[in-house]
Design a protein around this ligand. Structure first.
Ligand SMILES: C[S@@+](CC[C@H](N)C(=O)[O-])C[C@H]1O[C@@H](n2cnc3c(N)ncnc32)[C@H](O)[C@@H]1O
Length: 250
């Protein structure tokens, strides 16, 4: 499958998810992911006042709205799904600009410009996450901060069989996989990279790693609002759900 076919597959899936209007996860600020500590605790954007921020895979714009309300002076979002961007535009965020585009390309976003680039549960949906990390670096000014959150690679390896915790994925296997999302079981393609692949690619693209965050899940005793055994309590007891990497462009 070519990158073009990968992107067409995911664009269709995300448009359908957006149109279904069904909630599927906690991946908008102030949340950093299911069962994950939120911005009130982590304070990764405590200096956002007067700053510019670009979000890769901004979805319906809720994270950018949150940052605008916290005092960001410029918020820009890029998303492959025109349905998501329609919703983002309807929020009428002041000083916001949105692009319908795959994040593997620069549709005209200024380079060496942003104080922050955010990727909140979007990088693994890129057809080429390494190219996307290179672009993320290009958008930041020197001293700017990249914040990326994705499924913790250890959590992703865990599964449940006969009520027992087992390893269902090979950590070494970085090939793309089809996953299903939401109550309508919409199919999407996803990459789950090793921590070393992401960190080494950030270093190669001019970043210094400032922080790796692997918080224990806030609750470990139930699936809560999530209609998926993906968030099984035994998995929640055994691993962080989300890996956050904070990196500074040199
Ligand atoms: C889990 S959502 C991110 C949620 C977002 N952080 C928020 O605040 O709501 C992932 C988003 O990435 C977008 N996406 C997936 N693949 C993409 C790609 N290759 N380029 C740009 N956006 C993409 C999807 O359309 C979707 O809106």
């Amino acid at each position: 499958m070519s990158d073009k076919e990968f992107l067409e597959f995911n664009k269709k899936g995300w448009n359908n998810l957006a149109k279904s209007n069904k909630p599927f996860s906690n991946t908008s600020l102030p949340e950093y992911g299911p069962f994950m500590a939120n911005e009130d605790k982590l304070q990764l954007f405590k200096n956002i006042k007067g700053k510019s921020v670009l979000e890769l895979g901004c979805a319906s714009g809720n994270s950018l709205k949150y940052l605008a309300l916290k005092g960001a002076k410029e918020v820009v979002g890029i998303d492959i799904s025109e349905e998501q961007i329609k919703k983002a535009k309807s929020l009428n965020i002041p000083n916001a600009k949105f692009w319908v585009s795959p994040m593997e390309e620069n549709p005209g976003i200024p380079i060496n410009h942003f104080d922050y680039v955010l990727s909140l549960y979007s990088l693994g949906f890129s057809a080429n996450p390494i190219k996307t990390l290179k672009l993320a670096s290009s958008y930041l000014k020197s001293g700017g901060t990249f914040i990326m959150c994705w499924i913790h690679p250890f959590f992703n390896c865990l599964g449940i069989e006969n009520n027992k915790l087992i390893i269902t994925h090979n950590y070494n296997d970085e090939s793309k996989k089809v996953i299903t999302k939401g109550t309508d079981q919409i199919k999407l393609l996803q990459y789950n990279l090793k921590i070393s692949t992401i960190v080494n690619s950030l270093i190669t693209n001019g970043f210094e790693i400032s922080q790796l965050i692997e918080e224990e899940p806030l609750s470990k005793n139930g699936i809560g609002d999530y209609h998926s055994t993906y968030w099984d309590p035994k998995k929640l007891e055994s691993s962080p759900t989300t890996l956050i990497i904070v990196a500074c462009k040199k």
